[in-house]
Design a protein around this ligand. Structure first.
Ligand code: ARG
Length: 459
């Protein structure tokens, strides 16, 4: 018979190419710790039911700890027969403790084992990502507070629209990141339920205490259907969607900053630490960090759609196709981990040029304020919009700025105009007028900072 763990019924050897094709150890070794913790808990659960005695249990738990140390010290040697992390750990355990290692897998299958490991791994990695997200939010909040007096042009359609605070722009992304963080917390909550004890598909025949297993492994619930337990990978899809959404936000702020750092805008300069030069043009300083962030988003979306394709056609329970769930997740987690940290680095070190932002504020960006001026004098907004439009046109025709129009010019457009009209040509005032909750006034930006800070403190 074959020497493989599952080799009992096999007489022929597998094609060596098939062995390599089948193997997942080169990527699923990432889950070595989750696999060992899962096995230690399972050994204890077996001893609670008298399937193994206390000495055997201690032998298995200690042996597994030795295997863990080898992984941690980088001394674990992967052998040719080690198909995946589960078989590798069990093989090594056997070398440490002898034949009792053969009792560990009683009632367990790699089908419930692999998804238990993956949930543990995903939970731990997601918590790290949550930490990076919070650091990123903290960077934005800190900067927003420090630079709250800086005004810049706000855009719609990438056309100059209305003056806003730089901090308001910055915080708009902090709110997206907070939504990402909340979404991730919910996903962690949903995925943190125990599949172990589902067996291969039909359940565990040794009345294993799954409540005990859940407690030992930090799960906050137990999957109640064994078929579902070994089959469900929704959590992978959710994490990949989460990662995609988070990358959309990172890609969008990158796009903003790439534009703002161009010579034409000149609002920001990236730190040298996050820029590179050109091999040909000595004057160039390129925003490579931001371009990579924008570019890597595509790769994460690909992992999401690729995984959904793999997942969608599978019949009930475990199918080997599911081995293809790991690489997309591992890659997305790695990409997000790098991207969140690099974004925080870029954002905390870039220099802003408030003068340049100011210079790009133009009086036409106050046309809305002009319309609102008349509204305050009792003229219906739909009319005032037209009148302000006429003022824009008049200034354009005269090749001048609206602020250069005279009171009689304005009176000509509408009799409600008065001497106080000249007070509206003030960007600061325009910004301060937007003081309803969520607006760009100083007070409402400070309020945003307060809310985000207290959320950060609670999480
Ligand atoms: N390496 C496999 C995976 O990643 C482990 C589960 C294998 N189970 C099986 N019945 N072949 O999905």
């Amino acid at each position: 018979t074959s020497a493989k763990l599952w080799g009992g019924r096999f007489t022929g050897e597998t094609d060596p190419l098939m062995d390599a094709f089948n193997a997942s150890i080169h990527f699923d070794k990432k889950m070595y710790e989750a696999d060992i913790r899962g096995s230690q808990a399972y050994a204890k659960a077996l001893s609670k039911k008298g399937i193994i005695n206390n000495d055997e249990c201690a032998t298995l738990v200690d042996g597994l700890e030795k295997v863990l140390e080898e992984w941690q010290n980088n001394t674990f040697v992967i052998k040719p027969g080690d198909e995946d992390i589960h078989t590798a750990n069990e093989r090594r355990l056997g070398e440490f403790v002898g034949s009792v290692a053969g009792k560990l897998h009683t009632g367990r299958s790699r089908n419930d084992q692999v998804t238990t490991d993956l949930r543990i791994w995903a939970r731990e990695e997601a918590r790290k990502l949550l930490g990076y997200l919070k650091q990123l939010i903290a960077v934005a909040v800190e900067r927003a507070e420090r630079e709250i007096d800086v005004l810049m042009p706000g855009y719609t359609h990438l056309q100059r629209a209305q003056p806003i605070r730089w901090s308001h722009w910055l915080l708009s992304y902090a709110w997206s990141w907070q939504a990402d963080a909340k979404r991730l917390e919910q996903i962690i909550d949903r995925l943190n339920v125990l599949p172990l004890g589902s067996g291969a598909l039909a359940g565990n025949p040794f009345n294993i205490d799954r409540g005990f297993l859940a407690q030992e492994l930090g799960f906050n619930g137990i999957i109640q259907n064994s078929l579902y337990g070994v089959s469900d990978r929704d959590y992978i899809a959710e994490l990949l969607f989460w990662a995609s959404m988070a990358m959309v936000h990172i890609s969008r702020i990158s796009e903003d900053l790439i534009i703002y750092s161009s010579g034409e805008f000149g609002f920001v300069t990236l730190a040298d630490a996050y820029s590179t030069g050109s091999s040909l043009m000595p004057q160039k300083k390129n925003p490579d960090s931001l371009e990579l962030l924008r570019g890597k988003s595509g790769r994460v979306f690909g992992q999401l759609s690729g995984f959904l394709m793999t997942y969608k056609g599978l019949p009930s329970t475990y199918n080997k196709d599911l081995q293809e769930d790991k690489e997309p997740l591992f890659d997305a987690v790695e990409t997000l981990s790098g991207s969140l940290q690099i974004t925080a680095g870029v954002l905390s070190t870039l220099t802003i040029h408030p003068q340049k932002m100011r210079q790009n504020l133009s009086i036409d960006m106050l046309a809305t304020d002009l319309a609102e001026y008349l509204v305050r004098k009792g003229v219906p907004f739909r009319e005032t919009h037209h009148i302000a439009g006429a003022a824009v046109r008049l200034a354009e025709e005269r090749n001048t700025s609206m602020s250069a129009l005279s009171l009689s010019d304005f009176k000509h457009l509408h009799t409600a105009f008065d001497n106080d009209i000249f007070e509206i040509w003030d960007f600061e005032k325009s910004v301060e007028n937007r003081s309803s909750l969520g607006g760009t006034s100083k007070q409402t930006v400070i309020e945003q900072i307060r809310i985000l800070r207290s959320w950060l403190a609670e999480h």
